[in-house]
Design a protein around this ligand. Structure first.
Ligand code: GLA
Length: 389
């Protein structure tokens, strides 16, 4: 029996034990790694994420009540709330992602009925692999299954993003929810965060995605994330006076930025340089993949890491150690920090024949610096959310 089937069985059994009946459905929504495109999504820019084979499962049934009860196997906690007027929870913060989606669904015309849910996550929590977006998306799909009503994929992603922005209060971009809904097995996604047009792209043949976890808690991620957003907005406000018609850093070319960047305060100039060049790097990465130029693709990942470290300043020692150890291995095409930064994970693209050596070298070199073992996980590109039972 496949590992995933065993997990699904366990969730179904937990549901039966707790609620005394079979769940009406089990849905899944994947976490993600950000392969390219750091902090470009909220600048209307380009990103390249991949859905990973680590997900959130929800077993669910409707009830006649006007409350929803969710049990989290990861937290071993139950949270109950009104589906008519969901309120924010202080005691069970994880449930706010569920509550926020129920709240947004009602605003979009889909009233969640009373529900019983069991939630189980294989996306590591707090590692920057978007367990929260996966929980939001899984909630939307569970409600779709029990009501028979649904919204199209893009709208679902936007709705889940609004739940995170407005209910949970984290000002994230669209990437995480979008890939969790619309990922495709075996592929990376190239997404234009302004038009929400997207394409699926192939990885270089014979390579795997390796996610290394620094195990450093992302304590600064929230506050520094919002500061970066504000700095990008400041750059646009100033540049607008010199480059008419721009709405976001997405609209600024490298040439325009070079011509006008002296008007920006130094820190803001660094942030703008990162975003403008990172957008261009994502476009180049797509071209490299489409032309089978794996060396160029890998170099772009490494350049993205350097820029995230030096210009956007969202890296930390632990992420730099992982990245340096990764690229020292023959057969690692490239490596970079993934997601918001300040801890969490790196992503590396590694030739299949080099996986063993990669794990050994990265583990040894990281242990020598950090004094702890990193997580080293070979992952696969998964498909987007859906019903699994
Ligand atoms: C977090 C956010 C995303 C994106 C990344 C950085 O994961 O949720 O929207 O901004 O950081 O690229």
């Amino acid at each position: 029996m496949q590992k995933e089937d065993i997990r699904i069985d366990a969730v179904v059994n937990e549901f039966k034990d707790r609620f005394g009946c079979e769940p009406a459905c089990v849905v899944q929504a994947p976490g993600r790694v950000e392969v390219m495109g750091g902090h470009t999504d909220y600048n209307d820019g380009f990103v390249m994420p991949t859905a990973i084979n680590r997900n959130i499962l929800i077993a669910a049934s409707a009830t006649q009540e006007d409350t929803a009860t969710a049990y989290s196997r990861n937290f071993d906690e139950t949270s109950t709330f009104s589906v008519i007027k969901p309120e924010r929870s202080q005691d069970a913060p994880w449930s706010n992602y569920i509550r926020g989606v129920v709240d947004q669904l009602a605003k979009a015309g889909i009233q969640t009925p009373g529900m019983q849910m069991v939630v189980d996550g294989s996306v590591p929590l707090g590692s920057g692999l978007s367990s929260s977006a996966a929980l939001e998306v899984a909630t939307a799909f569970a409600v779709y299954e029990v009501t028979g009503q649904s919204l199209p994929g893009k709208e679902t992603a936007l709705l889940c993003q609004r739940a995170e922005n407005q209910f949970v209060g984290v000002n994230s971009g669209i990437m995480d929810q979008f890939i969790s809904v619309l990922g495709q097995e075996g592929k990376a996604m190239f997404l234009d965060c302004r038009s929400l047009d997207y394409q699926h792209v192939n990885y270089p043949a014979g390579t795997r995605i390796v996610v290394c976890d620094s195990k450093k808690p992302r304590t600064l991620a929230g506050s520094e994330y919002n500061i970066r957003r504000a700095q990008c907005e400041e750059a646009v406000r100033i540049l607008k006076q010199h480059i008419p018609g721009i709405k976001a850093l997405r609209d600024v070319s490298a040439e325009d930025l070079a011509a006008h960047e002296s008007k920006l305060p130094e820190v803001v100039r660094k942030r703008a340089r990162h975003i403008v060049r990172e957008n261009d790097r994502v476009l180049q990465a797509v071209r490299a993949l489409n032309h089978g130029d794996s060396a160029a693709f890998g170099d772009l990942l490494n350049e993205s890491h350097a820029s995230s470290r030096d210009l956007y300043e969202i890296s930390c020692d632990e992420l730099n150690w992982l990245q340096e150890a990764a690229v020292s291995v023959d057969g690692c095409l490239g490596s970079r920090l993934s997601g918001a930064g300040f801890g969490g994970c790196t992503v590396s693209i590694v030739r299949e024949g080099a996986l063993e050596q990669f794990e050994r070298v990265v583990t040894e070199r990281f242990r020598a610096k950090a004094g702890i073992e990193p997580g080293v996980d070979v992952m696969s590109a998964a498909g987007g959310a859906g019903r699994v039972r």
